[in-house]
Design a protein around this ligand. Sequence first.
Ligand SMILES: Cc1cc2nc3c(=O)[nH]c(=O)nc-3n(C[C@H](O)[C@H](O)[C@H](O)COP(=O)(O)O)c2cc1C
Length: 315
Amino acid sequence: MQDNMLPLFDVKAFRSALGTFLTGITVVTTIDAEGIPRGFTANSFTSVSLEPPLVLVCIGKGASTYGAFQSAGYFCVNILSEEQKNISSRFSSRTAERFSAVKWRSGACGSPVLQDVSAWFECKMHQQVDAGDHLVLIGRVADFAQSTANPLGYCRGAYVTPSLMQSLLDSAFTSQLRVGVILESSGALLLHKNEAGGLGLLTASSLGSRDDPSSLLGRAERLGLKFSLSFLFSVFEDEVGGKNRVSVYYRGILEETGGLDGSLVLATEDQIPWDQIIDDNEVRMLRRFIREAQDKVFSVYSGGNQVTTPLAVSG
Ligand SMILES: Cc1cc2nc3c(=O)[nH]c(=O)nc-3n(C[C@H](O)[C@H](O)[C@H](O)COP(=O)(O)O)c2cc1C
């Protein structure tokens, strides 16, 4: 089929489907013609060849760093570790002040090697391939190293942290469990009123199934709620009645909002009666949810750390 015969499709949908590919995150760095360090966040990194050792990364032609990379003789691909979400954000933001957020040194070929990354590959520019709105930079690896730091992952617009999954499993078997959900519908959030009139998120002692009325899915069924759960949003430990409890909150999208049960309230940010929400953890969680929904990047809070993983669930 000729190019002009290929079907046109929605760029947003295309981008969203591409976003299901789970990747790592890199910061690609170089030194520009003025001797200034330049870099951008990229998840288009791929290994290409072992002999010779080649890797590639794609840079958008509209990027402020495009000229610097197009004329670069060397560049370095830094694989970010799970502690470096802030560096990913910094190197993908509009700020020119990117390198002040991270410690770095010059590699053997002169490119900036970032500190505390999971691995880095310093490359000599091998080939450039013009490809649509991006330029493919193929580098021949001249030097590299790796550390034991867990790599940061990325999928569907959220960060993924492998170590969180392990810590979650460790604590889930030794504690009481509270499973909750932040349900959203067109920018409004769902709150549940308890018998005393206090407000909170919908929670239960397990995720369960729609047939088990004591579980989260069963409670939702009885309240007539139709929703899909998406990602994990928050995991933390606290104490109730002297016993350790692990709370696990998911994000979800309400599919139908007609005929809500009288104990349910849908409220936008400015309508939420914050002082009526009983649990301070839920207040903090909801405020973070609103902030991250505005920025369109969700992370997962775990214990005292802001770590991130989009754990998908079925049901
Ligand atoms: C997770 C993530 C992955 C990205 N991957 C790429 C990429 O592979 N190639 C690219 O050119 N830009 C990528 N970007 C966007 C750039 O980091 C950056 O935002 C873009 O180059 C615009 O930067 P500018 O402000 O310097 O123009 C990515 C951003 C994020 C958050």
